[in-house]
Design a protein around this ligand. Sequence first.
Ligand SMILES: Nc1nc2c(ncn2[C@@H]2O[C@H](COP(=O)(O)OP(=O)(O)OP(=O)(O)O)[C@@H](O)[C@H]2O)c(=O)[nH]1
Ligand SMILES: [Mg+2]
Length: 446
Amino acid sequence: MSVNKDTVFALSSAQGRAALSVIRISGERAFLIVEKLTKNKIKKFEHQKSIPSNIYNKNNNLIDKVVLSFYCSPNSYTGENLVEITTHGNPIIVDNLFNTLLDLGLRLANPGEFTNRAYHNEKIDLVQAESILATINAISKTGVKSSLLGVVGKLSNRLEKIKQLLVISLGELEYELDISEVDNRDLVIEKSKESIKKVIGDMKKLIKSHNKASILTDGAKIVIIGAPNVGKSTLLNTLIKRDRSIVTNTPGTTRDTIETLTSFSNYPALLIDTAGIRKTKNQIEIAGIKKTENEIKSSDIIFNIQSNTKKENVETDPTKTIKIFNKSDLMTEQEKNNIQNNNPTCVIISAKTKRGIKELRSKTEKLLKKKTESTEPLFLSSKRQQTALKESKKHLKKALKKESLFELEIIAHNLRLALNEFDWVLGKTSTDNILESVFSKFCVGK
Ligand SMILES: Nc1nc2c(ncn2[C@@H]2O[C@H](COP(=O)(O)OP(=O)(O)OP(=O)(O)O)[C@@H](O)[C@H]2O)c(=O)[nH]1
Ligand SMILES: [Mg+2]
C-alpha cells in the first residue's frame, strides 16, 4: 500500500445532520486550498490555531461561515499540513464544500488514509494505528480505556522492551560465535535461555490478553445450544425482552443462527440462538446444525440447555459453559432437587415464567468478569498482533530445545526468526497486503 502524496479530504465527523461537521484536508496543497476557499491571502499559518472565516465556491457563492483549524507539518496527525474545517452540520453544506474541493483538484481520502499517512510519516507505528481503530470501535468503557493506552504508545513500548531483550541476547550469542576468543559457550547459552524464558512468559500474557480484549471491544459471543425444543429461542426472547426468535412446539423450528446485540451488566454481548442439535436427514437442518457447531467453536460463553434430566446433551468446554435446565415449571420439587444435586453448578430456569433468569444473568456476569479480569492493563489490539506473537513464541520455544553440537547456532537462528516476527508486529517490516488489511478496516475520514 504505497502512500500517495496528493492532497486529500474527507468528512471526519459522523454522516448526517448535526450541530457541526468536520472536514479534514491533508497534504502539500492543504493551506493553499484554504486561501482559495476563503478568497483571502493568509499571512501565517500557525500550528493549532483556529480562525473563523467565510468560505466560497468557484462562483463566489457563500458555502458557509466556518472555523478553520491549522496543523503544520510535521506536527499534525498525518505529519503533513492539515486543515480541519468545522462547518454547520447540514449535509447540503458539506456536499457544497465537497464539490468545491473536487473542483479544486483534491481527491476524497480512502478509508484509513489519514492514519496510513501518519504511519508512513512515522508519527505512529502499526500497533498504535490498530489501537486507534480499536478505540473507535470499542463498545465498553474498559475497552476504550485499554485501547487508549495503545494509542499513546504504551503497548508499542512494552513490545519494544521485549524485542530489546531478544536483540541483546542475540548480540551476545553472535559475539560468542564470531569474535570471542575465550570459550564461554555454556555460560552464554545459559544466559540467553534465561532471557528467552522470561520473554516467553511475557508473550504468553500478551497473547492471552487479546481474547479478553475482544470481549471488551467487540463484545462477548454467547451461543445458546441444546437439543430441539428445549427452549433456546424462548430463552433468547426472554433475555432480550422481545420476540426476536420464532418459538413453536415443533422440534427443529430454528434453522439458522439468530444474532442479537445485548448486554450483561456492563459487558456487551452478541447473543446467538442456534438450530437444535440432533440426528436428522433434513438438509436444511443439517446445514443449521453445522453452523451451530462453528458457533460453539468461536464462542466465549455457551448456554448449554437441557429441558429434563433424561435426555443426553452435547458436552461442551466446561471453562466456558453454563449448564442450564429449562422448563422448571413442569418439574416437581423432587426433580429439581435431583438435578441440582447431580449438577451443582447448573442453573435451573423457566424461560417461560422467567424463574431463575436473574440467577442466570448473575452467573453470566461473573463468568464474563473472570474472562476479562486481568492484572495486565495492556491488551493486544488485533488478531494480527496475536498471530505474529504466537509465531514468534514458537521460534523461541524451538530455541529452548536441547540440541547437542550446534546449540548456540540454533538458538541464534531461532532468535533471528523470532525477532523477524516482532518487526512484523510493530510494522518495521510490512508488506502491502498487511497494510491494506489494517487500514481498510478504518472508516473514511480517519
Ligand atoms: N412449560 C414451558 N415451556 C417452555 C419453556 N420454554 C420453552 N417452552 C416451550 O417449548 C417449546 C419449544 O420452545 P423453543 O424456544 O422454540 O425451543 P427451541 O429450543 O428453540 O427449539 P428449536 O428451535 O426447535 O431447536 C415451545 O412450545 C415453548 O413455548 C418453559 O420454560 N416452560
Ligand atoms: Mg429455536
